[in-house]
Design a protein around this ligand. Sequence first.
Ligand code: BO1
Ligand code: ZN
Length: 262
Amino acid sequence: AGHFGYRKRDQHTWVRNFKLCDGKLQSPISISSFKSITLPLPALEIIGYHDFLPSPLYLKNNGHSVVVNVSNHLRKRLPYIFGGSLDINQEYEMDHLHFHWGAKNNRGSEHMLNGIRYPMEMHIVHRNRIYSNLSNALNHKNGLVVLGIFFQLQEEDNESLHSIINHLTSVQWINNEIKLNTSITLASLLPKNTDVFYSYKGSLTTPPCNEVVTWIIFSMPVSISFSQLNKFRLLSSGNNLIADNYRKLQNIGPRKVYIRKL
Ligand code: BO1
Ligand code: ZN
């Protein structure tokens, strides 16, 4: 029961095998700027994002996505975030990042923003420092913060993605994992403007769907070229190419989405 698929008839089976996927605080959702509540939130503080992530970094095809993992066996200081909509005194340390994308350009992102589904969405997953690892954090409602970054197509390559995309052919098959010889700064992967973001309480968008995620979705997208996006679409889960690895929209229910703007 550790397996799950993204085809519509597969997504319907998630709730059978993973009870939490049937909860009331699920993700992703459709976000509307008009329906969001403007709050005078402090800026989101993003610490260490200009530094290189500690090496070694690992790139892995897990059959659902491609993931950049930090090993950090030397327990170096990792990038972390606080402030914004997050509870005071809570710091969230970067754990990994991964992507969701479409087989076609008109789909791929998990969240929608003002009726737009972007061709790709990146998730930078952060774990509350008070929990020692990701599986512990999954048991607590303030366990995780995920930064969501939308990608929009443009003609020119996004050079910041080269350190990942140049190695995608090395992880074409499920469970392929390589050590990256290049380093990455997270700041180069963020939009130029991080002042405007949406925030709401939700869940992991994959099984086991734990409702432990404070979502922070930046309003401004970053860019990716057609040829770069096509390289993600060549990754394989075994019998199929990985694409359309986004969950269907979940009910927002009585939840509120907050927006920080200047
Ligand atoms: S996401 O950012 O909401 N898409 C997200 C989804 C799942 C995880 C983190 C962020 N975590 C892991 C679980 C594992 C599980 C794996 C599936 O997702 O901790 O138990 O096997 O890819
Ligand atoms: Zn994700």
